[in-house]
Structures are given as structure tokens and as C-alpha cells.
Design a protein around this ligand. Structure first.
Ligand code: ADP
Length: 267
């Protein structure tokens, strides 16, 4: 999938970045940030140089997920006198989040044109250097801000995250339609179904399909896009996210294998 020819923009923005993967969801809270973070770490584990950009202006979660809340990124001046933001380094990833630039308590109310120009500047002002992959954790939904991002950076492909639940799937459909439309026309790498089932420790052979069964898989079939796989509801995924240690850094092998599998599809 990582054909550079799939890129529609000139390589003037982020010239050192070989592949840009945008992770999207129709709805918030379905695990888009969890997938972005762990996919980035899985790509890193396969030997690639990887950056993670949290562009979710409505609820940036990378600062908490990576335990870097409150850290202020450094600025650096380039040879031609331009000030650039230096990404943080965490678990071998280059990290930047819109949440590191705004105060926790003073949540910015991001509105249309202002949000679009701020995000544009934010993306182009980060000094990513040379990267094999930049994973972008996009804001949920479909709107102007998405259009701006897709028109600012040469995105290689999109990964859609959804739970198997009908309301999430309905919104995911809008996302698939948006990214496929002529204005944007970015290839969809595939769909990840998150929170597919729950298995209690005392009943290891049971699967409870809390949000419905295989809704994401059916959606991928319906739209003829690759189905990348399923991630169950696992307590350590939530705990790791809250503690600043993503599950890829734990010993939860089944979940890690799922993310390594997604990374394989991307590479
Ligand atoms: P989004 O980016 O779509 O808003 P997040 O990745 O922030 O969603 O996930 C929302 C919450 O659900 C977080 O607390 C996260 O840790 C948790 N979560 C996500 N995926 C799973 C999963 N498979 N199992 C358990 N908890 C999960």
C-alpha cells in the first residue's frame, strides 16, 4: 500500500516523510487514538522510523497515552531563520500533539477557519526530519478540518477505526465516503474493528459481543475495503492508555500480535 505514487500533493510538505497514514473514525471514543498509538509502536518495532502526530483538536489524547502531559515541546531555529517545533521522543517514536501546545485547563474552542489555519500551521511547523512513517491521529468525524489536513499533507492512505456498533458504523460510512470522494481521493488501507468482544478471565473460552458481532467486518465487505482485523475489549488496553504505557509496551501478547499484524499490512 505504501506506494508514493498514491500521493496526490507535491512533496513540498514534510519532504523527509516517506509515508503518511491518517487514522480516522466517524465517531469519538471508538479507539482511534489507541489504534494510532499502538500501530505507530508496532511499525517502530518492525524497524521503521516513526512519528505520531495527534491532530485531534477536540480531545488530544497522546499526552496522556504516552505520559507526557504538561511537557512543553522545544522550539528550534532552522538555517533560514524559521522557528520549528521539535517533537518529543518517547518509546522510540517522535511525538507531537496539539494537546502539548494548549493548556489542559484552557481548552481552546476550535472553530472552522481558525481551526483550519491553526492545524495547518501546526502540521507544517513540526520538524519531523526523516521518517519512514508518520501516523496522524485525526479528529473524529468528517468536516472542514479533515479536508484541510488532507489538502495540507500528502497522505498515503487512511485507516478507519470503528466499533461493531450500528451508530459507530453509520458514522464510519460517512468517513469512508468522504475520503473516497474526488476532492480528496486517498486510498483506504483498511478498517480496524475495535472492542469486538469481551472475554472474562474466568471464562476464557467465551466471547461476549457487547457492541454487536462483526459489524466492522460486514461494513468492510459492503464497501469492498480490506478488513484489517479485530481487537477485543481488554482491560489492560484501557489501563495502559491511562497510565501512559500503550499496550504495545506491555506483555499482552495477543493484543500486541494484532497490532503487529496491522503494521504488516501497512508496510
Ligand atoms: P478515540 O480516539 O476514538 O476517541 P480512544 O483511543 O481514546 O478513542 O479510546 C477511548 C477509551 O477506550 C480509552 O480510555 C481507551 O483506553 C479505551 N479503549 C480503546 N480501545 C480499547 C479496547 N480494545 N479495550 C479496552 N479499552 C479500550
Amino acid at each position: 500500500v505504501t506506494t508514493s505514487s498514491a500521493r496526490t500533493l507535491e512533496q513540498t510538505t514534510l519532504p523527509g516523510v516517506k509515508n503518511i497514514i491518517a487514522v480516522v473514525s466517524g465517531k469519538g471514543g471508538v479507539g482511534k487514538s489507541t489504534v494510532s498509538a499502538n500501530l505507530a509502536l508496532a511499525l517502530r518495532e518492525s524497524g521503521a522510523t516513526v512519528g505520531l502526530l495527534d491532530a485531534d483538536i477536540y480531545g488530544p489524547s497522546v499526552p496522556i497515552m504516552f505520559g507526557v502531559r504538561g511537557k512543553r515541546p522545544m522550539m528550534r531555529e532552522t538555517e533560514n531563520g524559521k522557528g520549528v517545533i521539535v517533537p518529543l521522543d518517547r518509546y522510540g517514536l517522535k511525538l507531537m500533539s496539539i494537546g502539548l501546545l494548549v493548556d489542559d485547563k484552557n481548552a481552546v474552542v476550535w472553530r472552522g477557519p481558525m481551526a483550519s489555519s491553526a492545524i495547518k500551521q501546526f502540521i507544517t511547523d513540526v520538524d519531523w526530519g526523516e521518517l519512514d512513517y508518520l501516523v496522524i491521529d485525526m479528529p473524529p468525524g468528517t468536516g472542514d478540518i479533515h479536508l484541510t489536513i488532507m489538502q495540507t499533507v500528502p497522505v498515503t492512505g487512511v485507516i478507519v477505526v470503528s466499533t461493531p456498533q450500528d451508530v459507530a458504523l453509520a458514522d464510519a460510512k460517512k468517513g469512508i465516503a468522504m475520503f473516497g470522494q474526488a476532492q480528496i481521493n486517498v486510498p483506504i488501507i483498511g478498517l480496524v474493528e475495535n472492542m469486538s468482544w469481551f472475554t472474562p478471565a474466568e471464562l476464557p473460552d467465551n466471547k461476549y459481543y457487547i457492541f454487536g458481532k462483526e459489524g466492522g467486518k460486514k461494513l468492510a465487505d459492503e464497501y469492498d475495503i480490506p478488513f484489517l482485523g479485530q481487537i477485543p475489549i481488554v482491560q489492560s488496553i484501557r489501563e495502559g492508555g491511562d497510565l501512559g504505557v500503550p499496550v504495545m509496551m506491555s506483555d499482552e501478547q495477543i493484543v500486541k500480535d494484532a497490532f503487529l499484524g496491522f503494521a504488516d499490512t501497512v508496510i
